[in-house]
Design a protein around this ligand. Structure first.
Ligand code: GRF
Length: 240
């Protein structure tokens, strides 16, 4: 998807558009670090509820050394989540914390305790179908990322791909943002645009967006972990 020169274009992804990150000098792109080159190995905590394809993409990039991180723990609120089974198959530490009927604050305190126990540096929401409490967010200031299948601030919340189709936009995409106390409102780290085709269904559009999600989530994680993102007001900007 990224060519050898680290271009931001994705010529091999039809209609994939341009990757826009919180930086103008993306020249480095995703690079594979040599062992021992000084990249500290940070720890990720992944929260998921379902399919887990974003988790899988992050895990593969981490295992291949494309992001300076390893996955410390995968937490699911649903025992039947495919992503949880996948995490177990891949040999990661997993925890199931069922959420049904639980008080939000108490539930979040339990998740925080698990994540702190694993000393995670960054929490990645990867299809985690719960809104986090302010108490949870305060425990990881600017250290929680979420991915959303639309170009925020358009189409926040559920069914973003359907909303984009129904509205008739010609461009949609995906967004990785820092989580704040709102729903899909935090500072934007990366976005990728995807053109909507006249013959798109929700499924075909979602599939093309998902391919971009898998690419930009790791990019955003890398920028955060390299401490290259500074939040200025609403904006996540690249540190000089
Ligand atoms: C993705 O579309 C993501 O943008 C949204 O939830 C979906 C999760 O998919 N937040 P997966 O579980 O990562 O496959």
């Amino acid at each position: 998807m990224r060519d050898d020169e680290g271009s931001l274009y994705c010529p091999d992804l039809p209609n994939a558009g341009i990757l826009r990150c919180a930086q103008n000098d993306m020249a480095r792109g995703i690079s594979t670090p040599a062992r021992g080159d000084g990249w500290a190995m940070k720890k990720l905590g992944i929260l998921l509820s379902g399919r887990g394809s974003n988790f899988e993409a992050i895990a593969r990039n981490a295992l291949e050394g494309k992001i300076p991180a390893r996955i410390a723990v995968v937490i699911s609120n649903r025992e039947e989540a495919r992503g949880l089974a996948l995490a177990r198959e891949m040999g990661f530490e997993t925890r199931v914390i069922p959420s049904q009927g639980r008080d939000r604050e108490a539930y979040d305190r339990e998740m925080v305790a698990v994540l702190k126990g694993f000393q995670v540096d960054l929490v990645c929401l990867a299809g985690f179908m719960r809104i986090l409490s302010p108490g949870f967010i305060r425990e990881f200031p600017r250290r929680i990322l979420n991915i959303h299948p639309a170009l925020l601030p358009s189409f926040p919340g559920l069914d973003a791909q359907k909303k984009a189709l129904d509205y008739g936009v010609k461009l949609t995409g995906c967004t990785v943002h820092i989580v704040d106390e709102g729903v899909d409102t935090g500072p934007i780290v990366c976005q990728a645009a995807v053109a909507v085709r006249d013959d798109d269904t929700e499924e075909t559009l979602a599939a093309r967006i998902l391919a971009e999600e898998h690419r930009i989530y790791s990019e955003a994680i890398r920028l955060l972990l390299e401490d290259r993102i500074e939040v200025v007001g609403r904006r996540a900007v690249l540190r000089k």
